[in-house]
Design a protein around this ligand. Sequence first.
Ligand SMILES: Cc1cc2nc3c(=O)[nH]c(=O)nc-3n(C[C@H](O)[C@H](O)[C@H](O)COP(=O)(O)OP(=O)(O)OC[C@H]3O[C@@H](n4cnc5c(N)ncnc54)[C@H](O)[C@@H]3O)c2cc1C
Ligand code: SF4
Length: 804
Amino acid sequence: MSLNPSDAGVVVIGGGIAGLAVCEAVRERDALVPVTLICAEPRLPYDRVRLSEILVSGASAETLQLRPAEWFEDQHVTVVTDAWVAQVDARARTIALADGGPTITYTSLVLATGSNALLPPIPGIDQPHVHAFRGPEDCDRIREAAVSARRAAVIGGGLLGLEAARGIASQGCAVTVVHLMDRLMERQLDAGSAGLLQDTLAMDVELNRQTAEIAPDHLRFADGDELEADLVVVSIGIAPETTLARAAGATVNRGVVVDDALRTSLPDVYAVGECAEHRGRVHGLVAPILEQARVAAAALTGDGAAAYAGTIPSTKLKVAGVDLFTVGDAEGDGQAVAMDAADGVYRKLATRDGAACGAILLGDLRGAEALSTLVRRGERVADALAALAASLEAGPAEMADEVQVCNCNGVCKGDIMAAVTERGATTPREVMAMTRAGTGCGSCKALVVDIVALAAGGEVADEPHYLCPCKQQTREDLAALIRADGLESVSDVSRACGTGRECGACKPALAYLVSEINANRHREERDARFINDRVHGNIQKDGTFSVVPRMHGGVTTPAELRRIADVAEKYDIPLVKVTGGQRLDLLGVRKQDLPKVWEELGMPSGHAYAKAVRTVKTCVGSDFCRFGLADSMGLGVEIEREWEGLHTPAKVKSGVSGCARNCAEATIKDIGLVAVGDDQWQVRVGGAAGGSVREADVLCTVDSRAEALRVSTTFLQYYRENADFKERTYDFVPRVGLDAIRAAVTDPATGAALRERFRLAKAAATDPWLERREPYHPHQFTNPDDEDGAARPALVGPPTGGAR
Ligand SMILES: Cc1cc2nc3c(=O)[nH]c(=O)nc-3n(C[C@H](O)[C@H](O)[C@H](O)COP(=O)(O)OP(=O)(O)OC[C@H]3O[C@@H](n4cnc5c(N)ncnc54)[C@H](O)[C@@H]3O)c2cc1C
Ligand code: SF4
C-alpha cells in the first residue's frame, strides 16, 4: 500500500503482535481516525508465539499471519511492509523512513518496535553456525543447519530455549540444552518441578554451565569442559529495541519508559509491547502486550481514565507432549505441593504473607484457571493444600466471571458468557470469532466450548462446519457461491466473500474447491497451493526434492528403467528407492535440476507429492500367478491411466489384487479392488495403513472389470465433490456413511452425473511436469543460493498467465 505524506492520525511503528493489537484496539474505538502501520519485515504481522511450528514443519511464515491483507483494507489501516523507520522528530510530529520516501506526519505515534534476541559477547558468537531464535528466517536457517549438523547446543534453558531444542530434535539432530542456572526455567519453576520437567522432556541438559567460548565444532565452558556442537542456538532473553526512541530523546532504561497510560516522555508518543518498560518491568509475553494495546488505544483516542496496572505473568510451555502451566511467583513463603513423580505430575500453589502468589502445574493442568484467578486476585488462602485440591474440581460453573480463560488474548469467562447471552453467538466458533478466545495457542479451546455450553444452558447449537474459522462460511456455502457467480480463482472467492476472508490455512482448501467445481477449468493461483504443488515434487528436509515418475499399475519397461538410471547418475541423485506403492523414487534432486530431470525421464508426473490420485498398486494377477482369478495388473494400469492427473481433497492411494490373498493390500487402500472369481470384483473404500489403520468397507461387488472401473471412478468423483479438504477417505466414509455413499454411487442418474463431471475434469487435466518447458514463473525452478544475495523470489508469481 502506498503512503500519503499528508496522512496524519495514528502511526504505529512495528508490525509485530503489539503493533497489530494497537491498530485493532484503535479501530474498535474509532472507526475513522487514519491509522498507519509501518513494518520493517517484508510481511504482514504474524503470530511470533507459534514460530516453533515453522521450525518443526518448515511451513512458510505466511501460515502464521494474524490478519489477512483484506482485513487491513476493510479496516482502512494503511500498512507499509519492508520499511524501516530511521527517525522520529517529536517536535515536528514526523517520522522518516530509512530509504527516503515521504516524511510521515502523525497526530499520535505508537512505538511497537519489540525487541531483538539477546546475544551475549561470548567469543565466537558471530560465527555462521550460531543462530538466534526470533524470526522466521532464523527458523529456516536452523532447520537447514539441523539436517547436516552432528550435534546442536541450545544456550538457554528457558521457555524459548526448550522450544528451540525440541524443534531441532524434531529434525533428527541430537541436541543439548546448556543452561547457566541450576534448573530449567528458573524464573517460573522451583527445583522440584524443574527436575521433573527435565525428566519429562528426556533431553540432554547441562546445568550450571557458563559458556566461555563458541568454537566451530564445540562449546567451551568456564570450567574448561567442552561440549561438541556444530550448530548453536542462543536463546537467553530479549533486548528491547529502543534505538529510535533513544535518538528521539525519549527516556529509556532497559526499555522505553512509559507511564500507566503507556505514554513515553515525548508528547503524544506511546510505547507498547516488548520495547516498553512499565513500572521498571519489560514484559516478554503476549497477554500483557494486549492489555497494554487496549490501554494505549483508549488513551490516545481520548479516554483519560485508561490505566495499565501491570500483568501477573503466566506461561504455558508449547512443547508437544509436555503440559506445563505457571502463573506468578512460585517461590513464596508458604506452599502446598502435590507430586507424583512416576506419573510426571507436579502441582503447587505458593503463598506469600497468606495470599496466593504463584502456581505451577506440570503433567496435569486441571484447575489452571482457578489457581490463576487466586493468584491474580492475590486472594488470601487459609489452607493452601485444600485450595490446591479444590482447584481440581473447579468446573466452568464454579469459575468466577473474571477468571481469565484465554491467556493469549486476555479473554475472561464473563466475556465468553456475554458473547452467548448478550451478543447472540450460538456456537463455540462464533464465540471464538467474536472474542478471540481460543485463537492463540489454542490450549483453552476445550474450556471455551464448556463455557459456551454453560451459557447456552447445557445445549450447544450444532456448529456449522466452516471451511476455515476465518471464513464464517461452510464448504457448501462457498461451493454454492462459486457456482452461482461463476468464480474461477481463489482471489475471486475472497473478493466475493467480503471482509478479511482469506488466510494461509484455507487458501489451499479454496484452491481445491475452485478447481473441482470448475472441473479444472479455473484460474490457477499458485500462491494458494502448498509448496509441493508449486514445484511438483516432494520437498525433503534438506530442501531438495524427490521425483517419482508415474509407472502405471507399477508396471515399467527396460527403457524406462534405463532412463531412470541414466538420470540418477547424470544429476548425482543420491538415492533411488522403491516406494511402498511400487514406484521408483529419486531422492535428493536439486530444485534447479527438476526441469531437466523431468525432460530426460520423459515420464509423466507420479503426483507422489500432491493431494491427488497417486499410485494404483497391483499384484501380478492371472497373467503370472497360479492363484490369480483376474487380470489385476491390466485393471490397475487402466485405472491409473483413467485417474492420473486429478487433484483430490487428500491423497488417494489404490490397489488391485487378483484374488483374496490380496498381495496388493487392496483392503487397506482408499479405493481397493479384489477379484473374487467369475470376473467378479469387490470394490472397497475408506481403507488406510498409514498413521491410521482401517480396513476398507465393501462398497459393492460387481460382475465385470468394466463395472469395477466405473463404480470406483464414480466413488472417486463423489469423494472429490463431498469430502472436506484434507479429509482422507478413511474419515470421509464413516462420516458420510457407507449407505449414503452406496446410494449415490449406484443410483443410475446420480452416478451418470458424477461420471460426466469426472470426465470433464479429466479432460482438462494436464501433466504438471510439462511446466519444465513453460515455467509458471521465471523463478519457479531457480535456486535461491544462485541469486547472488538478491532478494529471494516468491516461488511462483501472481495469477497472471495462470489461466488454463
Ligand atoms: C519462539 C517464540 C515463542 C514465544 N512463545 C510465547 C508464548 O508461548 N506465549 C507468550 O505470551 N509469548 C511468547 N513469545 C513472546 C511473544 O512472541 C512476544 O512477546 C511478542 O511477539 C512481542 O511482540 P512485539 O510486537 O512487542 O515485538 P516484536 O514481535 O519484536 O515486533 C516488533 C516489530 O517491530 C519492527 N521494528 C523494530 N524497529 C522498527 C523500526 N525502526 N521501523 C519499523 N519497524 C521496526 C520489528 O522488525 C518487528 O517486526 C514467544 C516468542 C518467541 C520468539
Ligand atoms: S493376490 Fe492372488 S492373484 Fe494376486 S499375486 Fe497374490 S495370490 Fe496371486
